[in-house]
Design a binder for this molecule. Structure first.
Ligand code: KG4
Ligand code: ZN
Length: 366
């Protein structure tokens, strides 16, 4: 079975083919970073227009790359949400139209489920159950995953997502977008201990996060250094701030992950989403989880940020479970992951109706 994956939720057009038994056989990614750079963030209308320009030509290219033609594709998966509505609609319309023309099923994927299953594409993929730490530009969530397609939210950010905080702090330091890789790069030159930033929400119990106070703390540090004259920071000062900020984010996430593992008794942790590309985060979590005799897993580095491969694979997994959808084009810019737990709902509804039926039978025989 060959599944074509289409990702267009934000500023990357990602197209890939997942082939059963072989894995990802072709993938292409087009990043719009240059298009949005001058604006310091993603401009939704420009993003949608660029997805329109890229999606179909990239599908042609990917078929050529894999020596395939349309009739070799058995299903089409696309990101149905969360994300920018116009950008999502481009992927959804292309996927649905091609599926209709080619006579194959299409399936809408939750973007964060895509990120999560990217970790299952790694060579040493974990078995269920596990805890998933999903850290991207829009989400920071800890999930308990007892089985496939079942998500129990343990905690999430009350304000900025981890990636968003990296992006905003990068802007304060005059670094380019996206901020995560830019901060990670200069943090290597930072002086440990020069600044000590807070670890928000770690001295109270609970698994929620908050990064907006840390962002303000960073801004105050920057302003203190700039002083009344408003001078520019030296590159060493920027590196020291980047180090302290990254250290605080990573340490906060480590504390919450350890807590989640203790609380649930689960000893496997998977990391996914753009921020899971952060080398310091990967190393620190590995060290801490191993100390507690657990195991940590992450996606291959090229599959941490948005891509089409994760959507193709998530589509394959859902189709294997018999998931289907109608032909209407619907996207969900906001979409809590817990709403994916449909199968459990149906199962319990089923049990309930079975129960009512047997109660009824019992009643009738009396
Ligand atoms: O998952 P993703 O590609 O898009 C969303 O779904 O949001 O994540 C993008 C986010 C950005 O905020 C970016 O700054 C962050 O991931 N990011 C990183 C790193 N690489 C990307 N954050 C920290 N360290 C990195 N190496
Ligand atoms: Zn993403």
């Amino acid at each position: 079975m060959n599944v074509l994956g289409i990702e267009t939720s934000c500023d990357e057009t990602g197209i890939a083919i997942y082939s059963a038994g072989k894995g990802i056989i072709a993938e292409r990614l087009y990043s719009q970073i240059e298009l949005h750079r001058a604006y310091g963030g993603v401009v939704p209308e420009l993003a949608s227009r660029d997805h329109i320009r890229r999606t179909l030509p990239m599908i042609d290219e990917i078929l050529r790359d894999s020596n395939m033609v349309a009739k070799d594709i058995d299903a089409i998966a696309y990101t149905a949400g969360p994300g920018l509505i116009g950008a999502l609609l481009v992927g959804a319309s292309v996927a649905k139209s091609l599926a209709l023309a080619w006579g194959v099923p299409s399936i809408g994927i939750h973007h964060m489920e895509g990120h999560l299953v990217a970790a299952l594409l790694a060579e040493d993929a974990p078995e269920y159950p596990f805890i998933a730490l999903l850290v991207s530009g829009g989400h920071t969530q800890l999930m308990a995953c007892q089985r496939a397609h079942h998500y129990q939210l343990l905690g999430e950010s009350q304000d900025d997502a981890a990636g968003e905080a990296f992006d905003k702090v990068a802007k304060m330091l005059g670094l380019s977008y996206p901020g995560g890789p830019a901060i990670a790069k200069i943090a290597v030159q930072g002086t440990p201990g020069r600044f000590k930033f807070p670890r928000p929400m770690t001295n109270k119990p609970g698994l929620n996060f908050s990064f907006s106070g840390l962002k303000t703390f960073t801004l105050n540090t920057v302003n203190d250094l700039r002083g009344q004259s408003g001078r520019d920071l030296s590159s060493q000062e920027k590196a020291d701030i980047a180090f302290a900020f990254q250290d605080a984010v990573v340490d906060t996430i480590r504390i919450k992950c350890e807590r989640a593992m203790e609380q649930t008794g689960l000893d496997r942790l998977i990391l996914a989403g753009g921020v899971s590309a952060n080398i310091e985060l990967r190393a620190r979590l590995k060290q801490s989880v191993q100390k507690h005799h657990g195991q940590v897993f992450y996606p291959p580095l090229n599959l941490c940020t948005d891509n089409g491969a994760m959507i193709a694979y998530a589509g394959y997994l859902r189709l294997q479970h018999g998931h289907q959808e109608s032909l209407s084009i619907e996207v969900r810019p906001r979409w809590p992951m817990s709403e994916l737990n449909e199968s459990e709902l149906n199962e319990s509804e089923l049990n309930e109706s079975e129960l009512n039926e047997s109660e009824l039978n019992e009643h009738q025989t009396k």
